[in-house]
Ligand binder design. Structure first.
Ligand code: MF3
Ligand code: CO
Ligand code: CO
Length: 286
């Protein structure tokens, strides 16, 4: 049975936490929105080397946050661990003041698809939580996300998380120079359909490097219109969101929290990668 009971509600959000002024910030901090990126989708070896560093710190920060996931822990406590880890490593938490987002990571529980704001809600036994961390280091971003069960999760939720990770990995394996971007979503959707999962269409993967969201769009569903051809040096995320039921969504009044209309649970995994001469290299590796 698909859970249709709404389990997550808004809770109080604490004030934005400070980042030492010694840590360089992305250009959008303090502004309403980021500058539009108009450069190449292909990055230099120097930029890619910096992205390996940012990617590693993002992956380690995600692991640090995941390590405290347990019943009774609030998502704000997870944010605090992620925030402190990033600044201890001289990284700026990319989501902090990105278009006004107030926290160092996104924590999206159960039917929250993405962009959940860490708040005072204590995790409950059986919850499914997505933690999405992006680190800005030396002028570039590394962006990653994973799904965790809280205490004892039901078998359907465990499988949803496991298969969503597998969907991401299949998408990564489909990356190859000379292929169109559209192959990624085709592979992911074909896999998700086997299980009857809904593939979220309203939120996609994206080009990432000096820009957090470069304008390059990576859909996770089968859409033949994405004919852009992959080239060595292109850097982007693959971050499928799969719903146990229907993928259609709406946003809470907070302007951020995206939830499924039918209340069905969602899992998400995300990696940042670079297209290589014969495939892909994942950059968000701890
Ligand atoms: N990390 C998210 C992504 O994968 C973006 C979060 S933007 C925020 O693209 F403002 F919601 F934090
Ligand atoms: Co992303
Ligand atoms: Co992300």
């Amino acid at each position: 049975m698909i859970g249709i009971v709404t389990s997550v509600k808004p809770y109080p959000v604490s004030p934005m936490r400070a980042v030492p002024t010694s840590i360089p910030r992305p250009e959008y901090v303090g502004n309403d929105r980021p500058e539009q990126y108009s450069g190449s989708h292909v990055q230099t070896p120097q930029t890619i080397a910096k992205m390996r560093v940012a990617g590693r710190i993002a992956a380690q920060a995600l692991n640090a946050g995941a390590a405290i996931v347990a019943p009774g822990v609030t998502t704000e406590q997870i944010d605090q661990v992620v925030h402190d880890f990033l600044i201890a490593n001289n990284a700026y938490p990319s989501t902090l003041d990105y278009r006004g987002f107030p926290k160092a990571c996104c924590t999206s529980v159960n039917e929250v698809i993405c962009h959940g704001i860490p708040d005072a809600r204590p995790l409950e036994d059986g919850d499914l939580i997505k933690i999405d961390v992006t680190a800005f280091v030396d002028g570039v971003h590394g962006d990653n996300c994973a799904t965790y069960g809280v205490g004892e999760v039901d078998e359907e939720s465990r499988l949803l998380a496991e298969r969503t990770k597998q969907a991401m990995e299949r998408g990564i394996r489909a990356v190859r120079p000379g292929r169109e971007i559209s192959v990624i979503g085709r592979v992911i959707e074909a896999y998700a359909k086997r299980f009857g999962y809904g593939v979220v269409r309203d939120y996609t993967g994206h080009g990432v490097h000096s820009a957090f969201h470069s304008g390059l769009v990576i859909p996770h569903f089968d859409n033949p219109y994405y004919t852009e051809v992959m080239e060595p040096g292109m850097t982007f995320t693959i971050e499928p969101m799969l719903a146990m039921g229907d993928q259609r969504s709406h946003v809470w009044d907070d302007g951020w929290t995206v939830v499924t209309n039918d209340g069905s649970r969602v899992a998400q995994w995300e990696s940042t990668l670079v297209v290589t001469d014969d495939g892909a290299e994942v950059l968000t590796v701890a």
